[in-house]
Structure formats: structure tokens, C-alpha cells
Design a protein around this ligand. Structure first.
Ligand code: CMC
Length: 392
């Protein structure tokens, strides 16, 4: 027995207190520790934002220097992980590999973890932030059959990631500044978003006292779905399917048809009932990035702009307050950076790891922290007697 509030999808339930990220969905406002996303995205480095999210304040020059140094110390993977990685089929989806490899880190760092000790929480966060680009690039190398590149600690975080992705032992690679800048921006925009499905998953997994590496793997799994982080990959699949501007209207009609499962990917958001501020920033820089990186006349970008224009004039989308979200334009930039479509959600996971570890550490530091244990409203059969199999 018991009467509980029924709130499917947690539309009206705050699962925790948090001091990390603030969203005003009606106004389209996003703040990390009080700082507007627009300022951080254009002025800060990703590790500066990582420091801010994890520790609560922007670092001084010395603090950032030390933090970068600590992160660099942890970028390598245990060599044994290479054999684990080799066990996956060459064509395994990089998110499947990421999920497995991140989870497997708990096998390497289990005994050293005392989740109730803040020093261990900190070092686990450092390890995760440092190793996730190495793992992400390794999933790509596995996919394309190239040898894994070891991290270059003389490079900055985003430049090092691009290096591990695109260098090979026989061809060096110097990341272009514009590519590094674009990545820095996208990573900042993806770094945290309060209690989304994957962050809530990390918190719920962590609330039992589980190893943080296993908890982050749970976050990766939750992010993978097309209603969440998988949307950035789905957007480009959708744009490719639409093909040209003439077909936009037809697809808009499909998205409105309730008998058709098709939805406009990269549109709509549980919290934003206004333009997603992250999408606004990406849309603005898209022009510049595409101009410098690829050809300025990117047909997919034109198609996306047209799709947005028509949708935002349509009563269906206006009434439901469905606007482009962060995933709508991010894939176009990732594609211009040479990152393949099946890696887009991995990129999201890489950046969101910072948010995940910050939330996990925040939750674990609360004296009142309890295991997350939602209730249910039972609607199965009432009590009945067992019938022997011969009589059924
Ligand atoms: N295309 C067409 N109709 C839509 C869409 C869409 N993309 N999104 C919502 N709707 C409709 C939905 O059918 C419903 O209509 P009605 O009231 O007539 O039944 C109404 O809008 C409300 O939608 P909902 O599904 O109840 O809203 P939700 O808050 O449960 O879902 C969402 C939010 C993001 C899952 C959903 O908008 C969606 O599936 N969008 C497409 C996938 C996507 O872009 N996801 C990325 C989200 S942002 C970044 C991230 O989290 O990774």
C-alpha cells in the first residue's frame, strides 16, 4: 500500500539541491555557477570551465596552471586497456565501446576509491576528465583500424584530442587553431545541463556508493539514446534523408503527424520553451567556422537554416514552443572538423563527463545524501495462489 505522487518523466520533481547549473527554460537562460553561458563560451577555455564546474569558482592563473598540469598527468590509459579495446568488433558503435571502456576503468581504480573521502573523489574526477579524450579518440582509431595515438601533453586539452584523433604514427598532425577553438566552444556548451537524463542516471547510480567510473559509464549509456545525446548524430542522418531544401515542407508535415514516429531531431526540449541559448551560440559561430574550415557553402547548414525557418513559422511548433536545441547545429560543426557522424555522441559524452563528475562529487559530499529509490504505483494482479503446472 502507499500513495505516492505519480510524475512520469519527472516533469515536476526536483531530485536534489545543486549549486552547479541554473536554467530558466522560459527565458532561455543557462548559467554555470552563476556565469552566463554566452560569456564562458566566448571567453573561457574548456579546462577553465571544468575547474569552475567542479570547484565552484573560476580559477586564478596559478590554479588553472596547476589544474592543467594535474589533468595532463592522468591522460594515459593503462596498457592492458588496449587488449580490452581490441576485443570489440571493428565496426562496433563508438558509444558502445566508450560505455564499456569507461566502465572498465573501475576495474583499474577500484581499491583506491573511497567515495566518502573528498581527496579520492577529486582524483577520480581528474582521472575521468583526463582519460575520456584518450578513450574517445581510441574508440575512433579502433573503428577506422588505425593504431591508437598516445596523448601529447605539450598540447592543450582540445588540441591534444584532435591530435589523438587525426595523427598517425607515420603522419604528424598539427591541429588548426580554428578547429581547436570550435571544439573548445562545443565542449563548453555541452559541459553541464543540470538534471538531464544522463546526469540523473549518474547521480542515481552513485547514490548507492558505487565506483565513480561505473557511474559515469551509466551516464554514457543514458546519453546514447536519440532523445538525449544521440540526437546530434540523428540530426545529420535526418538532414541527409531530407536531402534538399525542396523536401523540407514534406518532412515538417511528417513530424507533425501523430501516426508517424518521425520527429524533427534537434528540436524541442524538456526545459527550454524558448530558443536553447546553446543552439543560438552555435548557430552564430557556424558561419565563421564553416568558412574557415570547409567550404563556406555547406549545403547541410543551409538546409538546417531553412528547416528552422519553416518550423518556427509553423503553428504546430509555435504552439508547443519547440525550438532548435543544442544538438541541431553541433553536428554540422563536428562534421566540418572531420569528425564522423558515429562519433558525435562520443564528443558530447567527452564534454559532459565534466558535468557528471561535478554532480557526482557534489552529491557524495552532502551529509544528507541517501540512496535514490523512487516508488511506483502498482497496477499488476492482486494476490493469487500458485497453481501447479499440470493444472494451468
Ligand atoms: N518534433 C515533432 N514534435 C515534437 C518534437 C519534435 N522534435 N518534440 C516534441 N514534440 C511534440 C510532442 O509530440 C508533443 O506533442 P503533443 O503535445 O501534441 O503530444 C509535444 O511536442 C511535447 O513533447 P514531449 O515529447 O511531451 O516533450 P518532452 O519534454 O517529453 O521531450 C524531447 C523532450 C527533447 C525528448 C523531445 O522534444 C524530442 O524528442 N526531441 C527530438 C530529440 C532531440 O532533439 N533531443 C535532444 C534534446 S537536447 C540535448 C540533449 O538532451 O541531449
Amino acid at each position: 500500500a502507499g500513495f505516492f505522487t505519480y510524475d512520469p518523466g519527472f516533469m515536476a520533481t526536483a531530485s536534489c539541491h545543486s549549486a552547479i547549473t541554473f536554467i530558466d527554460g522560459e527565458k532561455g537562460v543557462l548559467l554555470y555557477r552563476g556565469y552566463p553561458i554566452e560569456q564562458l563560451a566566448t571567453k573561457a577555455s574548456f579546462l577553465e570551465v571544468a575547474y569552475l564546474l567542479f570547484y565552484g569558482n573560476l580559477p586564478s592563473e596559478q590554479e588553472l596552471d596547476d589544474f592543467e598540469g594535474v589533468i595532463m598527468q592522468h591522460t594515459m590509459l593503462n596498457e592492458n586497456l588496449k587488449s580490452f579495446l581490441d576485443g570489440f568488433r571493428y565496426d562496433a558503435h563508438p558509444m558502445a565501446v566508450l560505455c564499456g571502456v569507461v566502465g572498465s576503468l573501475s576495474a583499474f581504480y577500484h581499491d583506491s576509491i573511497d567515495v566518502h573521502d573528498p581527496r579520492y573523489r577529486e582524483v577520480s574526477a581528474h582521472r575521468l576528465i583526463a582519460k575520456i579524450p584518450t578513450i574517445a579518440a581510441a574508440t575512433y582509431k579502433h573503428n577506422v583500424g588505425e593504431p591508437i595515438m598516445y596523448p601529447r601533453n605539450d598540447l592543450r586539452y582540445c588540441a591534444n584530442f584532435l591530435y589523438m584523433m587525426f595523427a598517425t604514427p607515420c603522419a604528424d598532425y598539427e591541429p588548426r587553431l580554428i578547429a581547436e577553438k570550435a571544439l573548445n566552444l562545443l565542449f563548453i556548451l555541452h559541459a553541464d545541463h543540470e538534471q538531464n537524463a544522463s546526469t540523473s542516471t549518474v547521480r542515481l547510480a552513485g547514490s548507492s556508493g558505487a565506483n565513480p567510473f561505473a557511474c559515469i559509464a551509466a551516464g554514457v549509456a543514458s546519453l546514447w539514446g536519440p532523445a538525449h545525446g544521440g540526437a546530434n548524430e540523428a540530426v545529420l542522418d535526418m538532414l541527409a534523408e531530407i536531402g534538399s531544401v525542396e523536401n523540407v515542407a514534406k518532412f515538417i508535415e511528417k513530424a507533425k503527424d501523430k501516426d508517424d514516429p518521425f520527429r524533427l531531431m534537434g528540436f524541442g526540449h524538456r526545459v527550454y520553451k524558448n530558443y536553447d541559448p546553446r543552439a543560438k551560440i552555435i548557430r552564430e559561430v557556424c558561419h565563421q567556422v564553416l568558412e574557415e574550415l570547409a567550404d563556406a557553402k555547406n549545403p547541410l547548414f543551409d538546409l538546417a537554416l531553412e528547416l528552422e525557418r519553416i518550423a518556427l513559422e509553423d503553428e504546430y511548433f509555435v504552439e508547443r514552443k519547440l525550438y532548435p536545441n543544442v544538438d541541431f547545429y553541433s553536428g554540422i560543426i563536428y562534421q566540418a572538423l572531420g569528425i564522423p557522424r558515429n562519433m558525435f555522441t562520443v564528443m558530447f559524452a567527452l564534454a559532459r563527463t565534466v558535468g557528471w563528475v561535478s554532480h557526482w562529487a557534489e552529491m557524495m559530499s552532502e551529509p544528507s545524501m541517501r540512496i535514490g529509490r523512487p516508488r511506483q504505483i502498482y497496477h499488476g494482479p492482486q494476490v493469487r495462489d500458485y497453481v501447479p503446472i499440470s493444472k494451468r
